[in-house]
Design a protein around this ligand. Structure first.
Ligand code: ADE
Ligand code: ZN
Length: 336
């Protein structure tokens, strides 16, 4: 068992991490070579191939993301990506992760979803056994590709279902492209089928974008950053018990906030909005969840007791079935 997990009191939950954004530079190079795409690492990585280049703003990030995703083509590719993420999570002391996978992206690239999800489910079993990390899956649609494409993503997610580890449905991408309300019927359908629901909002959009996402029925909001400056939206979230998947390091990397010290974590805590920290796209942004909490302690004055409370809130807000939830609860509560 990795060193960090031995200290259960410091075990972490990760509720917002994109599989595609977790591809290590090494795996990106290997997959690009496998599929004859030398231009991808050349465009995304430093000349020595060891790190991702920084992005200049959110638009460039979306372009970068598109390039990275294009090297994932087969179930084997996804399987390797999931094993890589599992090992990285274990090294950070993460015991449970809900991992977002771009179903909308697979459809667009002509990749068959179900064999991929089967491979991800197998990889998750291997990671659980070898690394002690539980991974479940969130199927993701892309906001700017519209509602019809998102329905297709949801249908594929329902075909896979909890039997293949799929427990949630979300919509990411460019939140400014379409109103969250357009996706409300979709979120309602997902919830009726027993899926958890989450929308990216308040990352590049303002507090209104977060309000719309809450009113559209999302149980959790990815980022939610802009709500931090809007007490009425924080109150709406707190009152409705809507959970904020905060991603401060990612926000710094894309320019959504000017610096870590500008992240409104304290406003979320003060308003009683349940939340935790997350890495979003850890490899692309060079992030580690343990370090995110460390930075929050140093820069934003996060207290140890607050960090622990965030893990409990993450447990309450996670979309795991009862058995896995009980397992995580035991791991969190047993202490070192
Ligand atoms: N997909 C992956 N990372 C994302 C982000 N930070 N915002 C929107 N969509 C994403
Ligand atoms: Zn995200």
């Amino acid at each position: 068992m990795p060193e960090q997990i031995r200290d259960r009191r410091r075990a972490l939950l990760e509720l917002h991490v994109h599989l595609e954004g977790s591809l290590s530079p090494e795996l990106l190079r290997a997959l690009a070579e496998r599929h004859g795409q030398p231009g991808v690492p050349a465009a995304c990585l430093t000349p020595d191939g060891s790190r991702y280049l920084p992005v200049a703003g959110f638009a460039q990030f979306l372009e970068r993301y598109k390039a990275v995703v294009s090297v994932l083509r087969t179930p084997r590719d996804y399987h390797e990506a999931a094993l890589g993420l599992g090992a990285a999570l274990a090294g950070q002391g993460v015991i449970y992760a809900e991992v977002t996978v771009g179903y909308g992206v697979m459809h667009r690239l002509g990749v068959a979803v179900e064999p991929v999800q089967r491979a991800l489910h197998e990889a998750a079993a291997q990671v659980a056994q070898q690394q002690g990390v539980r991974m479940l899956w969130q199927a993701d649609a892309v906001r700017q590709w519209g509602v019809d494409a998102a329905w297709k993503a949801l249908e594929a997610a329902l075909r896979c279902g909890p039997g293949l580890g799929v427990v949630a449905f979300g919509v990411g991408g460019d939140e400014t492209a379409l109103p969250a309300g357009d996706f409300a019927p979709l979120l309602a359908a997902a919830a009726r089928e027993g899926f958890g629901t989450t929308l990216h909002a308040g990352e590049t959009g303002g507090p209104e974008s977060v309000r719309e996402a809450v009113l559209a029925g999302a149980q959790r909001i990815g980022h939610a950053t802009a709500a931090g400056g809007a007490p009425e939206v924080l109150a709406l979230m707190a009152g409705a018990g809507v959970f904020a998947e905060l991603c401060p390091g990612s926000n710094v990397a894309t320019g959504a906030v000017a610096g870590f010290e500008e992240h409104p974590l304290r406003a979320f805590l003060a308003a009683g909005v349940p939340c935790c920290l997350n890495t979003d796209d850890p490899a692309l942004f060079g992030l580690c969840l343990r370090r995110e909490y460390g930075r929050a302690r140093e820069v934003l004055g996060l207290l140890e007791i607050e960090e622990r409370r965030m893990q409990q809130q993450a447990l309450t807000a996670c979309f795991a079935p009862t058995g896995i939830r009980a397992e995580i609860e035991t791991l969190l509560s047993t202490g070192s």
